[in-house]
Design a protein. Structure first.
Lengths: 303, 407
């Protein structure tokens, strides 16, 4: 039982990271129906930016109190803004011109953008795993035989808080309303005076900034990163978005946690090798029996 | 120079002198015949810390050979990289050997580094007759069975100067015993090398009375090992044995053990030569301490005859030798010696690849900085050595070494 709870904790923290990435997938898909394959690499860039910023702040060793909060705040804000900019640039340079092209064109472009980002990171920091500065003290609490560390709590709390904020933003602000309108009918939204280029760019900015948060917390959680990290994490997060119902914010979060949990329980109780198999098996089953995902609404096809 | 070519030379000189140009042209004698030593190792990415020191060793041997090369002969290096995206890649390795085999000037190849790459390269080498000498492949089936010699099952074109995993795994198990380990959990990377080594370790450790708590495989490009390691921690092992390389997860597994409830200061970590690179310490960080590993090559620093090599290496590359630098150096020397012998037999002319292969096959009593050895009927060294190492205070530390030849 203790082991089971421990694996659930592992699964939740892994799922929190997937969820943060999945939010970006789902937002971008929701608004322009593009599977942004470069999104996983934006997540890795979040880790890389964080390492660079912590390096610039000259922070080393474990920090406590005010310096820790300052470093955390500056790093997080920096990683979010920089990742947001990467996302906006991707949209502006790679996807905007293809907005009305056949769907395959932007998809292939997204895969190309993913390779470009990966290779930029490889040239920047080399192809080996890079240690993430351990500035955040990791406190472990013991509950009987179960260990809970502050890093695990950080990942889950961060994911839930950001999802809540995003939900409020989308449903309770003017910009959120513009976003929903653009997602529903781009032409009609434009006729109503919504600047759709701005709105789509904003969607990319927010989605990528959330991936930046994911990159930051995963760096703290794992203590290392490398340029290729985003490939598999991106694939799993995309699966999470589809599982939860692509285009649905709460669904992305739910999908992320479900996938993290399935992966971790399979690795813990069956075999590590079957973890990925189990994740995709679940995806296939959900798509067969609930094609629009767990929380997705059944929409009639666009004519 | 043979009499016939001398006659030609004189005739040519006479003709040239008639045009009054002999003074200008004569000193530029016929260009040296180039004999190439191919090198195929992973020299980029996470595997570079294995590949580069080995490649440097081989290149040093070629440099030294040029200092006293037979007249009219020049040795050159043709080095290729078999890593793709930072990790050794069997397909890339086979492509490299194919391109080296297409160049008739290449007489032999030092490499590959990884056993699964060798499994893809041996068929190409076997078909083309291009000798391969690996400094570090330890999987026993590469030589001891004919399954990779697809074109000519009885022709040996693949050799190695290191020991194999049947003895490395056994030495690892004995090592675990002397460290007082009773309960071990085994993890491997499911590659030719990692899985093979882990299986030998498991069998021998059990035979010696040790308990194996479980044996799991990880997959390539995996980043999160916490679920697996939480399961491992629940079995309360004395140590985790890892079969595989740093680039396939050896460093990350060690690094994440602490977070999964296994204090690296208490739970030991043991592996084979796959974690003998500097990269392991970099990736695992502080957790690298209290790790132990075997290397299928002697510690060159302990051998008096290797001091000149170590100094020359330091002078040229401004760094210490790697675990397989000396093996790379010796592998290149074997090819060069075989080529020189053939040159002598040819009266100074460049040899054919078949002649060089024949001479490599007949190598025996070869004196080198890793001992005196030859190749047996399968292409294995007759003098395999296993060295045992540990990591202390973030640095590699030699423990001892044993000669494991069965004869």
């Amino acid at each position: 039982m203790e082991l089971f709870i421990q694996q659930v904790i592992n699964g939740l923290s892994l799922g929190g990271i997937y969820a943060l990435i999945a939010l970006g997938y789902t937002m971008v898909y929701g608004i322009i129906e593009l599977i942004n394959f470069a999104h996983g690499d934006v997540y890795t860039m979040g880790s890389f930016f964080s390492i660079a910023i912590i390096g610039l702040l000259d922070a080393s060793g474990q920090l406590h109190g005010l310096p820790l909060l300052l470093v955390l705040a500056v790093t997080l804000a920096g990683a979010m803004i920089l990742c947001g900019i990467v996302g906006v640039l991707l949209e502006r340079l790679a996807y905007r011109r293809l907005r009305n092209a056949p769907r395959l064109a932007p998809l292939i472009t997204a895969i190309g953008a993913s390779f470009i980002l990966e290779n930029i990171m490889q040239l920047w920091r080399g192809p080996s795993p890079i240690p993430f500065p351990s500035v955040v003290p990791n406190v472990t609490w013991h509950f009987g035989g179960v260990n809970l560390s502050s890093n695990e709590v950080l990942v889950v709390v961060m994911a839930l808080a950001l999802m809540a904020m995003l939900q409020i933003f989308i449903y309770n602000t003017r910009l959120g309303k513009a976003m929903r309108a653009t997602a529903q009918d781009r032409d009609a939204a434009q006729l109503m005076g919504i600047n759709i280029n701005m709105t789509i760019a904003l969607t990319f900015f927010i989605g990528s900034a959330l991936a930046g948060v994911g990159g930051f917390v995963s760096g703290i959680y794992y203590g290392s990163t490398w340029f290729y990290n985003g490939f598999e994490a991106g694939l799993k997060a995309f699966t999470a978005a589809v599982l939860g119902g692509i285009g649905n914010v709460a669904g992305a979060m739910l999908g992320g946690f479900v996938i993290g949990m399935v992966e971790s329980l399979t690795a813990g109780f069956i075999s590590d090798q079957w973890a990925t198999v189990a994740v995709f098996l679940l995806l296939v089953l959900v798509l067969i029996f609930r094609p629009s995902g767990l929380l997705g609404e059944v929409l009639p096809d666009k004519v | 120079m043979s009499r016939r070519s001398l006659a030609r030379f004189v005739a040519l000189a006479a003709i040239l002198s008639m045009f009054g140009t002999s003074a200008a042209v004569m000193p530029a004698q016929a260009a040296d015949q180039v004999i190439k030593i191919g090198i195929d190792l992973p020299v980029s990415g996470a595997d570079a810390s294995d590949g580069i020191p080995t490649q440097n060793g081989a290149a040093l041997a070629v440099d030294e050979a040029n200092a006293h090369a037979p007249k009219g002969i020049k040795f050159a290096v043709d080095a290729l990289d078999d890593a793709v995206g930072g990790v050794h890649n069997p397909q890339q390795g086979a492509t490299n050997i194919r391109s080296l085999a297409a160049d008739p000037a290449v007489m032999g190849v030092v490499g590959p580094f990884n056993s699964n790459v060798a499994a893809a390269e041996i068929p190409v080498s076997n078909e083309s007759g291009l000798p391969l000498i690996s400094p570090s492949n330890t999987n026993p089936t590469l030589t001891k069975t004919a399954k990779y010699r697809t074109a000519h099952p009885n022709e040996i074109t693949y050799f190695r100067v290191c020991a194999t995993d049947d003895v490395q795994g056994k030495a690892g198990a004995e090592f675990a015993k002397t460290l007082g380990l009773k309960k071990v959990y085994i993890i491997d990377d499911n590659e030719t090398y990692g899985l093979g080594l882990a299986n030998v370790f498991e069998k021998d450790f059990k035979e010696m009375g040790g308990a194996v708590l479980g044996h799991d495989h990880i997959t390539a490009n995996q980043q999160d090992f916490k679920a697996l390691l939480t399961k491992v921690a629940a079995t309360k092992p004395d140590a985790v044995y890892y079969g595989g390389t740093t680039s396939t997860g050896g460093g990350l597994v060690r690094q994440q053990m602490g977070a999964a409830g296994m204090d690296p200061a208490k739970v030991k970590y043991e592996g084979g030569d796959g974690i003998s690179d500097a990269e392991f310490i970099k990736v695992a960080g502080d957790a690298a301490n209290n790790s132990y590993y075997t290397v299928a090559a002697p510690n060159a620093a302990k051998s008096a005859s290797a001091q000149a090599f170590i100094n020359a290496y330091k002078a040229k590359y401004h760094s210490d030798i790697g675990a397989y630098s000396a093996n790379g150096y010796v592998a290149a020397q074997v090819i060069i010696a075989a080529a020189e012998k053939a040159i002598k037999a040819n009266g100074g002319k460049a040899p054919t690849r078949a002649q060089v292969l024949k001479n490599i096959q007949n190598t025996s009593g070869f004196k080198s900085i890793i001992g005196t050895f030859g190749f047996d009927k399968n292409g294995d060294t007759t003098s395999p050595v296993i060295a045992l190492w540990t990591i202390k205070n973030g640095a590699q530390d030699f423990v001892h070494q044993i000669n494991v030849s069965t004869k």
